[in-house]
Design a protein around this ligand. Sequence first.
Ligand SMILES: [Fe+2]
Length: 337
Amino acid sequence: MDAIAKETARQPVRGPHVWDAGDFQNGEWISPFPEAASTAIRKLIDEVRAAGVRFEDYTPIPELRDGLTELGEDIRDALATGTGFSLLRGLDISDYSLDELKIVHQEMGRHIGLVTLQTADHPAMISEVTDIGDAGPKEFYYHRGGPLPFHMDPVDVVGLLCIRPALRGGLSGIVSSGALHNLLLAERPDVLDTLYRGFFHLDRHYLTEDGGRVLNDYRSPVYSDIRGDTVCTYLSEPILMTERAGLYTLTPEERDALAVFDETARRPELILDMDLQPGDFQFLNNRHVLHSRSDYEDYTDKEKARMLLRVWMTMPGWTKLPREIPFTDAELGTLPT
Ligand SMILES: [Fe+2]
């Protein structure tokens, strides 16, 4: 009785953010980078050069910039009430240094939402997404090479600016979490129930006296209905870390739900593959769109190696999420680990 009640209560997700790869033909998901925005960026960098300011010392002026305001609004609309993503192509970045492009990307982010720090251990407004090779422990996805599973970054919006693509591969694949929800509802409603119930994560802030980690005393749902919106938040790493830390053992149902979610997200008909080119901006609503990366072959020359810049934004106008959703919240000063 209970199970029937649950199944009949779940409805397919509907809206423009529910799509599959077949809904987009011949690159119609690519928007041209507006001329007015290119001009505004040229002016910005001319000012930065004249003042001799480097990214680490850069502070944006309080006012928004002509030429970027309208673009920011369009991207916000696409993220909030459209497909949940925006891909812009056409900014010529060949005359700008990496340092200057960090300023550009932060400015783009600032015209869309509230740019927020990324990760508590290495706080930064802009991260370099690149394979750091032997230079560090690669504890974060953005420092690793190779393929990445489907996931969301734990913040409202993520933006990538492609500086250099890989020699071969490294496609950015995106999937509508609503379309994935509907497939699971049709094929595996039991799995969907487990995903709605959620998973334990490690507490992001609390450490025991000897520095040990503890479990949250609540589950974080993968899918949740928040004021009429079906929000998806999925990052398998904090779930699997509970086992690695010896604090929790996943039940067979939970293990199965993670595997089925991962497998179903990889269905080719769901995936919109983006072959990012230098100067491409990709913005994603992390409540509605999952992303991944295909395997790639990189240049051995570090100066040529695949490189993207990442910005994270919280969206002050969007529905506030409950604490069970492990998103960065700049207003609360919380950061993901
Ligand atoms: Fe990511």
